[in-house]
Write a protein that binds this ligand. Structure first.
Ligand SMILES: [Zn+2]
Length: 450
């Protein structure tokens, strides 16, 4: 029995597995470049399921349910009865971004611009003067869906919200950061060439931009009212550092957990307990709405399988015996802002996925505080397989705080804890993770499901 807990890093534990880690990380980078919205991520998951002949046919022992193309649940039947509980891993598919406003396109001075309304907890100054791509869907009046993705192909143009030049920023520099960057000034350039064919047209630059959209996608300005268009960073995910040990990319909160969840789910045999993988939308805006973790979607799917599998049990029994992981990222210790972390209780990149017993702020307000018994159960599982993990809090007490979906599932009475890799620059256009933590998280989730 080791009296003192010595934390081992992934570098020691995985020193002979670098090739495996590299190829896993390359697959992840490719996933990040293909999935920048919740809809694209649902589509990617669905494609991986279809590749393995998994369909939405719930009479099969493994099936999936998609909900409004923005959330998804996959279920695999276990050997035990459903009333003995399930094993759930749930991650969120949405990331902070800039949404198009409802009346988005307008002409101002000599440019065509797009008005945006930010989604989730962004730091506004990070979104100026960077290349942005447009991703999303426009639904026409006849119900046809037009998928749009501009800015990812090397031949595509990108879009930019120009930042103020330093020469004229004297007054802005004196403002508080929270006041210096105004949401109403986060308008992106979409064009500058006027339409010259017809004399009569007002707002010739706006008209020219709408004509391009009309030619390319057969959509009109009115169609933009029934659209979900988002500006996301046009950056490609890449390895970071001379040693290629880290990964930079947009939307790693929380798609790193989505990726590890999907990979670990697909790697299972017939399990003891029924396995459930959930991808939720709307976490970044408080889990409101039909496609969020606060919706009843998971109840509906479990009720359905109680019926189909002919099990005579209450939904409450299933929930009360369920063990779950709220698969979400953690704040890694930032070398330049160490003063904001309690270093004894901070997570480090390269030391494995992080258990976060509670989130919340000012005295754990708004937190799911996971039970000690459950943490012991998980520790035991991971230690048996020598899978690295760490235990941490988000930052110093009273410095800030945050929340995840854990508390919304905890209401059902299941055991649940936040567990995912640490990230630097969380919610920024280019978040940083460790490829070692990525791999360790996958192994940990796989072990949890077993
Ligand atoms: Zn998250």
């Amino acid at each position: 029995m080791e009296i003192i807990h010595k934390q081992k890093s992934c570098y020691e534990i995985f020193k002979d597995e670098l090739n495996k880690i590299d190829s896993f990380a390359k697959e992840y980078i490719n996933f990040l470049n293909n999935c920048k919205t919740e809809r694209e991520t649902v589509k990617w998951i669905e494609d991986r399921l279809i590749e393995r002949d998994i369909s939405s046919d719930s009479s099969k022992s493994i099936f999936y349910r998609k909900f409004k193309d923005k959330s998804i649940i996959v279920v695999r039947r276990g050997k035990r009865l459903l009333k003995q509980g399930t094993r759930i891993i749930g991650a969120h598919l949405d990331s902070p971004r800039l949404d198009f406003k409802q009346h988005p396109i307008y002409e101002n001075t000599y440019l065509a611009m797009v008005k945006t309304h930010y989604y989730g907890g962004i730091r506004k100054h990070q979104w100026f003067s960077i290349p942005l791509a447009i991703h999303g869907v426009v639904v026409k009046i006849d119900g046809t869906k037009v998928n749009i993705k501009i800015g990812e192909d090397p031949k595509d143009p990108v879009f930019v919200i120009p930042d103020l030049l330093p020469h004229l920023a004297y007054k802005q520099n004196d403002k508080k950061l929270s006041k210096a960057f105004e949401a109403e000034k986060m308008n992106a350039i979409i064009g500058s060439m006027p339409y010259l064919e017809e004399e009569e047209v007002e707002d010739k630059i706006k008209f020219a931009v709408l004509s391009i959209l009309s030619q390319k996608y057969s959509i009109t300005e009115e169609d933009l009212y029934s659209a979900e268009l988002q500006f996301v960073p046009a950056y490609q995910a890449k390895f970071v550092g001379l040693d290629n040990s880290l990964i930079g990319g947009y939307g790693q909160d929380d798609r790193i957990c989505v990726f590890c969840g999907v990979k670990s789910f697909l790697d299972q045999e017939v399990p003891e307990y029924t396995q459930v993988l959930v991808g939720w939308d709307k976490e970044e805006i408080g889990s409101e709405g039909a496609t969020s973790a606060r919706s009843r979607f998971i109840e509906y799917v479990l009720e359905e399988i109680i019926d189909i599998w002919g099990e005579n049990c209450h939904l409450s029994e299933v929930f009360l015996n369920t063990k779950a992981i709220s698969a979400d990222v953690h704040a890694a210790l930032d070398p330049d802002y160490q003063d904001l972390h309690d270093k004894l209780n901070a997570s480090k990149l390269g030391y494995g996925p992080v258990f976060c017993k509670f989130t919340g702020h000012r005295g754990k307000v708004g937190a799911n505080d996971a039970n000690a018994e459950y943490i012991a159960f998980l520790r035991h599982k991971l230690n048996k397989k020598n899978i690295p993990w760490q235990m941490a809090e988000l930052g110093k007490v009273d410095e800030g705080g945050g929340g995840t979906v854990a508390k919304f599932l905890a209401r059902y009475g299941m055991d649940i804890i936040d567990f995912g890799p640490g990230i630097l620059g969380m919610h920024s256009p280019y978040e940083i993770s460790s490829k070692y933590d990525l791999y360790a998280t996958y192994l940990a989730y796989r072990e949890f499901y077993k």
